[in-house]
Design a protein. Structure first.
Length: 340
């Protein structure tokens, strides 16, 4: 069977260009792949075009706009997801137009489709009290409870993304002084995170108990389930929400968020560092942000820092030694006579 131009370029884009030339992470490739899976399904449902017959002539700017509308109306996706799908399409057509110059005009029209504006929700994070209660929930008298406590502490202490935590292998952990963990983030960029002494001791005991310090286990995943497989994102979220629900039931007066996701601990670490007066540059390096502007979002969410900054900047216009107005007897007499 003769391959279409679209099939050739899409295969080359996903299997060669993204991993080799752009060096993007497997998660990004999967996200882009899912965008095109949904687009192919849209073409099947709406135009009866099977994937093996689709060519670049079939993919017009009007059909891409219809696909984005279909995502919102039929699939009920959020604006953020819609924009992510559009970002994948934009990236693909930037690559495709260099391979097939004859689609340059239609590619530029597709690249001109704007992203939808969306409101940015305030960043959710745990207060120090909530974090303390969460860490008290795992049963340290059981092996699974000790593992879960090590997971939560490592997630918070390193400020890691959930996939970065999942991908940690034994060889990435250094327990001798200075104790560090090497994380691999977006774009396969690595960064070395120092470990606090309590977390180091917790990991040391966990690794001893699970025989991860033995020779030949350097490539084992640091955290694994009962089948010795690495965790999934839903698996980590399940652990956090399980202990969050327990903490809420035992402490109903504490203001816990409705649900906890792994990224919330990353936000929590950043805000707590800000509250401790840590420089924003160091927080950027810890979180693995490329630009400082990404880290600045935590400044917008930390209301206590705003209050202190406003207090320091507020000029003392009104003096504190003003006389009491009740000493003005003429004013009191006038007010008494006003309603007579």
């Amino acid at each position: 069977m003769k391959h279409t131009d679209f099939a050739k370029i899409l295969t080359r884009y996903l299997s060669e260009f993204l991993p080799s030339q752009r060096n993007v992470s497997p998660n990004t490739i999967r996200s882009y792949r899912d965008a095109f899976k949904q687009m192919l399904k849209f073409f099947i449902d709406s135009y009866r075009l099977t994937p093996e017959r689709i060519t670049f002539k079939d993919i017009t700017v009007d059909r891409i706009k219809e696909f984005l509308l279909w995502l919102e109306k039929e699939r009920c996706v959020s604006i953020n997801t819609r924009n992510q799908r559009l970002a994948a399409i934009h990236s693909f057509f930037r690559y495709a137009q260099s391979e097939y110059p004859d689609i340059l005009y239609e590619s530029q029209r597709i690249l001109g489709i704007p992203f939808k504006k969306t409101s940015h929700a305030s960043i959710q994070y745990l207060s120090m009290e909530c974090l303390k209660l969460l860490l008290e929930q795992p049963d340290t008298f059981t092996k699974k409870g000790r593992r879960d406590l090590a997971i939560i502490c490592t997630l918070y202490d390193t400020g890691a993304r959930v996939q970065e935590l999942i991908d940690i292998k034994v060889c990435n952990v250094r327990l001798c002084e200075p104790a560090t963990i090497t994380l691999t983030g977006k774009g396969n960029k690595t960064r070395c995170i120092p470990l606090m002494d309590k977390t180091r001791k917790l990991l040391n005991e966990y690794m001893k108990e699970n025989h991860l310090l033995d020779n030949g286990r350097q490539q084992f995943y640091l955290f694994h389930n009962s089948r010795f497989e690495c965790f999934t994102r839903p698996g980590i979220s399940y652990i956090l929400n399980k202990y969050s629900d327990t903490a809420k039931k035992s402490n109903p007066e504490t203001m816990f968020p409705e649900s906890i996701h792994p990224h919330m601990l990353r936000h929590t670490k950043a805000v707590h560092l800000l509250e401790a007066g840590v420089n924003l540059i160091y927080i950027r390096d810890l979180l693995g942000h490329v630009s400082i502007t990404t880290t600045e979002i935590y400044l917008k969410s930390e209301t206590e820092l705003k209050r202190v900054a406003l207090e320091n900047a507020y000029p003392e216009i009104v003096t504190q030694d003003l006389p009491l107005w009740t000493e003005n007897t003429e004013l009191l007499q006038w007010l008494d006579n006003l309603c007579k």
